[in-house]
Structure formats: C-alpha cells, structure tokens
Design a protein around this ligand. Structure first.
Ligand code: CA
Length: 522
C-alpha cells in the first residue's frame, strides 16, 4: 500500500491517535513523504540544575528556557549508567550497558560499541533518513565503530573525551600517549587538538549542525549533537569569554545555550521547526570533583554513581503540535527508550538485535492513563549492577554496593578527592524523598520485595553468565596494564571489565597493541 504522507496528514493522524489513546500506526512502513526530523542535543557532564527552569544558575540560558517553553520538561529522565561511553552507547543502541558490555568511559583505541548492535543512525538511515553526528562520539574509534560505519552520513568531532590528551591534569603522560584528534567524515583533519582548538569545538559542532539543516530541509533527517562541553577541560570561544560573569563554567554553558539557539534558528529559517522533534539532555550528572568547573545537581552524589545525581538528567523535548508547549512531566523513562520511540515515529524497523528500550511515546505526549511499558530500570557503575527503580519513578532499590563520594572539590580545572563508601540494601521513596536520604526498606516490605524481584530477574538475565566467564577470565587474562595509578574511580569492583574487554577483543594476554582500557575513567 502506498500512501503519501504530508506533514498535515501526519499531525492530524497523530492527534487523532492520541485522542484514541493509541498512536498505533502513525507512518509505519512509509518510505517517502514528510516524516519527522529528529535532533538530539546531548551534553557531556551537565548537571540536572545547569539550566533554567530545572535549576537557577547565575548565568543566562535563554534558548534552553525557550525550548522548555515550547516543549515539555521531563523531570524524571534517566540514563542507565552515569559515565560517558556507557550512557552514549545506551542512548544510541537502546540497550543497557550490561547487554552491549560498553561500560564506563572508553580510552583511545578501545573497541567501542560492537557493530552487532544497531545505532539510531542505522535504524533511521534504513528508512530513508539522512543522518549526522557533530560532537563527541565516544563509542569506538576503530574503523568499524566510528560514525561513518555506524549509520551516520556525515560526522565530525572527537572520538572520545576532550581530557584524554596530553594536558590531562593528573596523568598527561598516560593520556598523551595518543593524540586527541579531530575527525571529519572518517578522516583526521586535526592530528593533535591543542588548547587553541578546544575553544572552537562548540562553535564548529554548531556550524556543522546549522549547515546540515540548511542542506537537508527537503528530506527527513536525524541530527545528533553530542557536545564535548561542559566536560573538563572547559573551553569556550572568545565571544563567550567572561560573558556570563559567573566563571568559566557559566561561559561554557552560555555558549552551549547559544548553540541551541542557532540550531533552533536554522530549523525555523528552513521551515522545518514544526516537523522536528528536538530533545536536549546530558549523558550523566556533573563531575563534582572539578568544583567550580562542574555543573550542579540537587540530587544525591553525581557522575559515576547510581544515585540520582549521576543518573537523572535534565531533559526537554519539543515537538510542536504533539507535545504540549510549556508542560512539565514527572513520568519516568530512560535513554534506552529513545531508539524505539524515534523508530516508532519514523515508521522504522527496530534493530534485528535484541534491545532493552521500549516505545514510550504515549508517556511523552501524556496520553491519559499511559503506563510505562517497563517494570523497572536498572542502574550500574562499570560492570557492577547497583540497583533498580520502579518504572513509575516512585521507588528505588539500591543493592549493597561501594560508591565514590566527594571529600574535597578541586578548583580551576584540577580535580579534588573522592573516597569510597558503602550503601547497604536500601529502598528510597523517590516521590517523598527524591534526595535518597532515608532507607524505608522496613516500612514498605512489599514494595521492597517487588523491587528485589526485579533486581533478581535482571541479575539472572544479564549477570549470571558474565559472572562465570569473569571468574574464568580473570584467572586467565593478564592485562599488561599501563593504566595510570591515579584514576577517577577507585572502586575495585568496577575494574573487572578490563579483563572482560580483553576477552571481547579476542586476546587472552591483552598484548594486542591496544592500551588496556581503563573504562571507568572520565
Ligand atoms: Ca559524560
């Protein structure tokens, strides 16, 4: 059956479907016509409260505020692991880190997301979308794991974090082993990114994004802008230096806000703003060890933990006509749900590989009575499974685990100090205690049993095999470790993946020319 879908028809059909509490077949199977465009702006280490109206920072972010006025602010949006590579792989693949085995943050020359897991880029490209990523990739810098091989027609940016370079504040020798390169459509165009290049990253990503929109207004597109900022080291261009009067972090955030404004302007100038879904969020919470160079979150702990300070990201979604402007939602959902939700809107087929995410479009557009299709979402740090939250966002169960907590914040680009603490089995009522302060395990035994059951299901599904393999591999594998002595994480239980990844690459010795990955750095 061939039906031409105009945008008007699409919106009309969608609106009718919403009314019918459905949205069952918006444009399923359509290979032509006016499909929605998608823009995902994904910040690096931005705290939940870094923007108004989530927080009240002392710098100005008018474009993000406008985005919230035009769309819906989601207060309970989660990532499954609060570290760069794991979070980005989860977003782009719709899979939990425990499925893809992308944990922590990958160093240079790490394998990245296995090509067996399709990305949003591949899913949308397969149904006719033009796709682009301009920013920090960080899910593989090998020929078959870089953006051109993973469903992106156009790409530019860094393959990993901007602190994995020769000027690293703690371990320049280790991180300077490989130059931080700037890539452009599969080729290195800057062999060694310097302190002169870093201030231009936000500008360059933005210029590419605007140019991409200008060239693709006639066809459906997916634009992914994973900014390198505000991950340390912080840099902004001359036009934003000292502009915020709130220090370097404020300047950087104002430049990102400017970037959001430029992208929104480009959508409007090309007449596609009404047919474009724009999502803005962050890969994880703030890296509070960096003190005045870190963002803010009101929630407990921060990046690199399974507390909400790490895993709850501010999220805004704008889609005129379908998402009511200026609304606020408390519905919980997770970054793994973005792939199937966008696939649904595009009429794209889901990946052939199994995924964990589910279509949450009814939650996003606030269909009355809509329920989250999951029972729970799990959280992990590195390889360690640390807890679950009920899919309505009300109850969170922490399994006993070790976590890092800040002892002393650093300053002006230097990190501070963490120490490790333990949390016992704990149930938190996130509605009445969103800061995870009071263990109510004994007060709500039935709820606790339900969440323990979810956790056990998850452990049985994802961790039993690995555990057996791990114990075997840890005996066999030695890594020839060139890992820096001082790393961001000092929790021994999350260092297991190094052995696991050595095995994944098919090497038992780890002497295959790759740096043994310290996946939990950054
Ligand atoms: Ca990050």
């Amino acid at each position: 059956m061939s039906t031409t879908y105009t945008r008007r028809n699409f919106l009309k059909t969608a609106a009718l479907s919403i009314a019918a509490m459905g949205l069952p077949e918006i444009c399923k199977g359509q290979k032509s016509g006016k499909l929605p465009n998608f823009v995902i702006i994904f910040l690096d280490d931005s705290g939940w409260a870094d923007f108004k109206p989530f927080g009240a920072p002392s710098y100005q972010t008018p474009n993000v505020e406008q985005l919230a006025k035009d769309g819906c602010r989601f207060n309970n949006f989660y990532v499954p692991q609060a570290v760069c590579s794991a979070s980005r792989a989860a977003l782009l693949s719709g899979c939990y880190p425990c499925r893809t085995k992308v944990f922590g943050a990958h160093p240079p020359r790490a394998r990245g997301l296995d090509p067996g897991y399709a990305t949003i880029g591949q899913v949308l490209k397969a149904c006719g979308y033009t796709t682009a990523v301009f920013g920090k990739w960080h899910i593989g810098d090998q020929p078959d794991t870089r953006p051109p091989a993973r469903g992106f027609d156009e790409s530019c940016g860094l393959m990993y974090s901007n602190d994995m370079w020769e000027f690293h504040p703690e371990n320049p020798e280790y991180w300077g082993k490989y130059p931080l390169q700037f890539w452009d459509n599969g080729k290195v165009t800057i062999e060694r990114v310097t302190k002169e290049h870093q201030p231009m990253l936000t500008t360059w990503y933005t210029e590419h994004a605007v140019d991409f929109i200008n060239r693709n207004k006639e066809k459906p597109f997916f634009l992914y802008v994973p900014h390198s900022m505000p991950h340390v080291p912080l840099f902004c261009s001359e036009k934003f230096k000292d502009k915020s009067e709130a220090g370097m972090y404020g300047d950087v955030m104002m430049e990102i806000d400017w970037s959001v404004g430029k992208i929104m302007e480009a959508l409007q100038a090309n007449g596609v703003q009404d047919n474009t879904l724009v999502l803005l969020s962050s890969d994880n919470g703030p890296w509070i060890s960096y003190g005045n160079h870190a963002g803010k979150t009101p929630y407990r702990e921060a990046k690199g933990t399974s507390f909400d300070g790490g895993t709850r990201s501010a999220c805004i979604i704008k889609y005129p006509g379908l998402i009511k402007a200026g609304t606020v939602s408390k519905k919980a959902f997770c970054s793994i749900d973005i792939l199937p939700t966008l696939a649904y809107l595009a009429g794209a087929s889901l990946p052939a590989n199994p995924i964990d995410g589910k279509n949450v479009w009814e939650l996003i557009v606030a269909v009355p009575g809509a329920q989250n299709p999951h029972e729970y979402y799990p959280f992990s740090t590195g390889k360690t499974f640390e807890g679950v939250i009920s899919s309505d966002g009300r109850w969170k169960l922490h399994l006993p685990h070790t976590y890092r907590t800040l002892v002393e914040a650093g300053r002006d680009g230097m990190p501070g100090k963490y120490t490790n603490r333990e949390i016992e089995l704990s149930l938190f009522d996130m509605e009445n205690d969103p800061y995870e302060t009071t263990n109510v395990l004994d007060k709500y035994p039935q709820v606790a049993e339900r969440l323990k059951r979810y956790a056990e299901q998850h452990r049985q599904k994802f961790y039993m095999d690995d555990k057996a393999r791990f114990s075997m591999l840890r005996r066999k594998a030695s890594c020839g470790d060139s890992r820096p002595k001082s790393c961001e994480y000092r929790v021994s239980s999350i260092e297991h993946p190094r052995s696991f990844r050595t095995w994944r690459r098919g090497s038992k010795s780890g002497s295959n020319g790759h740096v043994c990955p310290d996946q939990n750095k950054t």
